[in-house]
Design a protein around this ligand. Sequence first.
Ligand SMILES: *Cc1c(COP(=O)(O)O)cnc(C)c1O
Length: 434
Amino acid sequence: MNYYNLKDKKEVVDFKTASIKGQGNQKGLFFPEIIPAFDEDFIQNLNRFSDEEIAFRCMKDFVDNEISDEDLQQIVSETISFEIPLKKITDTISVLELFHGPTLAFKDIGARFMSRCLSYFLKDENKKVTVLVATSGDTGGAVAHGFYKVPGIEVIILYPKNRVSPVQEKQLTALGENITALEVDGSFDDCQNLVKHAFSDTEINIHLFLTSANSINIARWLPQQIYYLLALKQWQKTENGNPVICVPSGNFGNICAGLLAYFRGLPADHFIAACNANDVVPHYLKTQILEPKETVATLSNAMDVGNPSNFVRILELFHHQSENLHHFVSGYSINDEDTLGTVRKVYEQYNYLLEPHGAVAYSSLETYLKEHPEKKGFILETAHPVKFPDAVEKAIGGKIKIPESLADLMKEEKKTIEINSDFEELKRFLLNKI
Ligand SMILES: *Cc1c(COP(=O)(O)O)cnc(C)c1O
């Protein structure tokens, strides 16, 4: 399978190159040349296949023969080595729990697949790769765990001091070994600017082979299709008809993977992009005008994105025909008050604890189903409530229980190096690593 650069269609690369480079010329995103259809018998009868077989079939066409079947099987089974249950909450709404991985957020799935692919591609190259990544919270932990002790890979994570939650901070800083956490005296934007600066610095790039691990990398984006199939497998056991699928969205990688699976033949009735106050896409779906905005801070902060990078991939999937897109995807913007109200209501009425991102999705799906009472659907719950304890405890007016694995983690020592947001300091640190 080849991938072309959405900004420069002459740049065409294979899976390996696309996943090592991350992005193409002019920071363009890579996109598959072919949308490979699922076998009809396979997609209609998912319950005849094991989860590992489903994951393998989902990814095989994208990887081609660049990874042997045996190794790809190993990679996908490690990618989904925790439960991904679909739980029914009401007659019409179910929840796909994507937070049972090591860092309790759905980003574990993409990060695990990507790290294993990179290590596979680099193992014979005798090349040391430095993964440099800025995080506002969840990405850093997922990437750190995905690459932990992977030979040949050094991970450097930049995070804004005092601006990630205590759980997120421990997930970034307690591992050690090949993972280094830099605590930046600045904002997330400062961290991101430092990373961008490093990627364009000639001297650093002579000495270090840098790669990024953010969500625009195809090796993080594509494996997210897998859990849509695993959800359908569970759906087909108990439900008739196709589901409405509601995805809490920020950078739009997650929903874009679901839409890709739909174009390949995944049976779905409709998709909903559930957003917080950062409503660029819901606004576009209503008006057909795409206007990137300044980011607004909300309780569902992993979705605080004013200019979602993966949206261009969605436009490409729909051949830039906004009419079709508008017909098949709805968008909602939910404010913080509704978010907390939804956490509280679902907890009181159904004894089910959502966290803010899932609550944004729940509220959106509920609204859509009121207008379409004949339909049913599920939301993707992208994180565990303990990752956002302040908002959740405020909503339910009580303490939440910390799982044992997390209680142990919280006792571990935080290992960081403090830097300021001046590029020269980061540069000195990186060059000292050679
Ligand atoms: C990253 C993240 C999202 C947003 O996913 P996108 O693929 O960027 O749309 C939603 N919820 C949580 C908890 C996240 O960490």
